[in-house]
Design a protein around this ligand. Structure first.
Ligand SMILES: Nc1ncnc2c1ncn2[C@@H]1O[C@H](COP(=O)(O)OP(=O)(O)OP(=O)(O)O)[C@@H](O)[C@H]1O
Ligand SMILES: [Mg+2]
Length: 369
């Protein structure tokens, strides 16, 4: 525990001595001020856990001093304990303060009661400081991690581009290569391509939580259209159709929303039965203060024990065998949905297949347009 400062304000020396004696066992730093003015000066440059303030003082009295303390940004949050002979009039004056901002102790005070009250505030001060320090450390390490991901992705991508470039030149410029060599080169190109995707997905994953501050009223129908257009080649190849119901406007980061639909619809297309036509349905219904979305397919479905794990990073299920992917798609979706204040999960679809459901807050009014 760090040592906190406690400010004792009383014009009478004997009272200060009594306060110091009562509080010494707390082993905190006690600072004495002999007037309201002196107290205000102390508060200019130091931070205190709590202020003990005598009400009856010549010149600026305790209430006036408190009013000035509460007016200043720097000292506004410091709790005050008034030391006073309590009267009806005093009661009324104390009522003017917000609950928790002030407390009082009747004079003559019981040292044990005084010490316990002050100890509570010292404890609160200590916890608040620890939390603040923790929040700062967290924000710092998050920022560092994101920066790290960006640098790593960038620096991995550059050499990969030259690997692909040289391999491509080998294939394009040398038609006299033995068949085996051409096949090896093709395999190397495929590996380079999946490494490129992994780098993109890792970067996508690192960035996916950064939605706050960019939330705007976003038409989810348009986000689905963009996702479908990005998946055009795969959808065409699969001979799949994507059917959308009436979709709402939500408060969201529009590119993250597109990515979310793209990953989920992309999975339905990738993990399909090859012997039947595929239809993917995208619907939404209102559920209290959220919209609940559903992306339904009639593919091989997921086993109940897979339904939770598939949102984990790098998880690849039974259906993934022989199909390209990094297992980051749904982990990115989870980050995006949770970053928007929603939830995502999967269920078996009626008649076989998978439904991926997620919620997004319905209140568009807070959106920054
Ligand atoms: N619609 C679906 N039908 C059946 N299985 C699915 C479906 N969606 C996801 N899965 C299973 O969940 C796993 C995780 O999916 P996720 O999208 O996170 O990764 P991926 O598709 O394997 O790779 P990536 O999306 O990173 O290219 C998949 O490997 C697959 O086994
Ligand atoms: Mg996927």
């Amino acid at each position: 525990m760090t040592t906190a400062k406690i400010l004792l304000v009383d014009d009478k020396e004997a009272n200060l001595v009594a306060l110091e004696a009562a509080l010494r066992p707390l082993e905190q730093e006690l600072v004495a001020a002999r007037s309201g003015e002196e107290a205000l000066r102390c508060l200019l440059h130091d931070d205190f856990a709590v202020i003990l303030l005598d009400v009856q003082m010549p010149g600026m009295d305790g209430f006036e001093t408190a009013a000035q303390i509460k007016e200043r940004e720097r000292s506004r949050e410091i709790p005050i304990i008034f030391l006073t002979a309590i009267s009806r009039e005093m009661h009324n004056q104390l009522r003017g303060y917000e609950v928790g901002a002030v407390d009082y102790i009747a004079k003559p005070f019981d040292p044990w009661v005084l010490r316990s009250k002050v100890a509570v505030f010292v404890d609160l001060y200590d916890k608040t400081h620890r939390l603040e320090a923790q929040a700062t450390r967290l924000a710092q390490s998050n920022a560092e991690l994101e920066q790290f991901a960006e640098i790593v992705s960038h620096d991995l991508r550059n050499p990969l581009v030259s690997v692909v470039g040289y391999l491509q030149m080998l294939v394009d410029d040398h038609d006299d290569l033995p068949d085996e060599a051409t096949e090896f080169i093709q395999r190397a190109l495929q590996a380079a391509e999946s490494m490129g995707k992994l780098i993109d997905d890792l970067l996508g994953y690192a960035m996916a939580g950064r939605t706050v501050g960019q939330l705007r009223a976003t038409d989810t129908g348009q986000a689905v259209d963009r996702a479908v257009s990005n998946l055009h080649a795969e959808i065409e190849r699969a001979g799949a159709t994507v059917k959308t119901g009436a979709l709402p406007t939500v408060r969201a980061d529009s590119s993250q929303l597109t990515r979310l639909f793209q990953n989920v619809i992309g999975n339905s297309v990738k993990y399909r039965h090859s012997d039947r036509p595929l239809e993917v349905a995208v619907d939404a219904e209102r559920d209290g203060d959220h919209w609940r979305f559903a992306v339904t397919d009639h593919g091989p479905g997921v086993a109940p024990e897979e339904a939770g794990a598939m949102f984990d990073r790098f998880y690849r299920g039974a259906s993934a065998t022989g199909r390209p992917g990094t297992g980051l798609g749904l982990a990115i979706c989870k980050k995006v949905v949770e970053g928007h204040g929603g939830r995502i999960w999967a269920e078996p679809a009626d008649g076989g297949g998978t439904v991926v459901r997620f919620t997004l807050p319905a209140d568009v009014s807070k959106a920054q347009n």
